[in-house]
Design a protein around this ligand. Structure first.
Ligand code: PLP
Length: 356
């Protein structure tokens, strides 16, 4: 039976990425050695790192004056690195979920944090709008896609200060105006590659403005000056990320994949809205994530939750149970999930409805 992977992260990757990575584990770039055992300073691996950086710039149309880094420590370390490098006095945070809250916690270690708005009182089931952004903050931090709560900010906000964005779960899913951001970061394991790599896109000019001593490994400048090779990078993970970027370019880039993502979301939310057994956890359609589709059973059918999960699992649908803070289900339909995969899930939802 075909398996469909709806895990939130680590999560589905293109078959191409798996195939190429498997080959390189046995014989990397014709070296006769595994990508796992080749020096990161070899010309073959340097070519991988350089190409991954270049393709990122090309696909996201990154303007001149920005650097692309592949670091370690996950998005969670970026929660700390960002304020270490960019927060002088005061920063603003839009609190749209658990990851945003965790980012705020770290920033508070280094300066004043203004929570510009929060949807916490509604269990983060919407994106706050029309909030005021103080003009005197060093940056506004946003989480563009809230992986746990299934909400997404689908357009780049217009604010009077530079933005910093956690794009862990929607980077490369649509075009982004990078010039509006001083920094964008993302753990690779949602939409890009194996866990172990973290991508950072940073405006060079934004650095060097804070008055604190920055520990070497937390200093973006150190990593920029050393081409992401200050210490050993996660070579295998970076190789995997590169394969996904090559695949994405072949699909027509972020402009083309956005259309597919919009269609997938339309099909799945359409069924959730139509099927009497299910309902979205995000009331406003404008706030619904195209990457993580969260839904629950309607009150009348809520006792069938376990049964539906078993029913779906028996038909190849893997990783559907929602995060414990939301419950219900979460179908993560990242770039690598095909429309056919989404349709297969919709068919299972219809079949379950008919069976009752
Ligand atoms: C998964 C996730 C994180 C945490 O990523 P790690 O790489 O595990 O640290 C942070 N932010 C968002 C939006 C996420 O989806």
């Amino acid at each position: 039976m075909k398996k469909y992977n709806f895990y939130a992260g680590p999560s589905i990757l293109p078959e191409f990425t798996m195939q190429k990575t498997a080959e390189a584990v046995l014989n990397f770039a014709g070296t006769g050695l595994s990508v796992m055992e080749v020096s990161h300073r070899s010309k073959e691996f340097i070519a991988v790192m350089t190409q991954a950086q270049q393709l990122t710039k090309e696909l996201l149309h990154v303007p001149d004056g920005y650097s692309v880094l592949f670091l370690q420590g996950g998005a969670s370390l970026q929660f700390l690195m960002v304020p270490y490098n960019l927060l002088n006095k005061k920063a603003g945070y839009l609190n749209t979920g658990m990851w945003a809250s965790k980012a705020m916690k770290e920033a508070k270690l280094l300066g004043e944090v203004v929570e510009v708005a929060s949807s916490k009182a509604a269990n983060f089931n919407y994106i706050p709008k029309n909030f005021e952004v103080p003009a005197d903050i060093d940056y506004l931090h946003v989480t563009t896609n809230n992986t746990i709560f299934g909400t997404e900010i689908l357009t780049d906000l217009d604010v009077p200060v530079p933005m910093v964005a956690d794009m862990s779960s929607d980077i490369f899913s649509r075009p982004v105006d990078v010039s509006k951001y001083d920094l964008i970061y993302a753990g690779a394991q949602k939409n890009l590659g194996p866990s172990g790599a973290t991508i950072v896109i940073v405006k060079n000019e934004a650095l060097g403005k804070v008055n604190r001593v920055i520990p070497t490994m937390l200093d973006y400048k150190v990593h920029i000056d050393n081409e992401s090779m200050f210490n050993t990078p996660s070579t295998l993970a970076v190789f995997g990320c590169l394969q996904t970027l090559i695949w994405l370019k072949d699909q027509g880039g972020v402009e083309a994949i956005e259309k597919v993502n919009a269609k997938k979301a339309e099909v799945l939310y359409g069924e959730i809205d139509r099927n009497k057994m299910f309902m979205s956890t995000v009331p406003d359609p404008a706030d619904r994530s195209r990457m993580n589709v969260t839904f629950v059973m309607t009150p009348e059918y809520v006792e069938l939750e376990k049964e539906f999960n078993e029913f779906a699992k028996a038909r190849g649908m893997i990783g559907l149970p929602g995060h414990r803070s939301v419950g219900g289900f979460r179908a993560s339909i990242y770039n690598a999930m095909s429309l056919e995969g989404v349709q297969a899930l919709v068919d299972v939802m219809k079949e379950f409805e008919k069976s009752k």
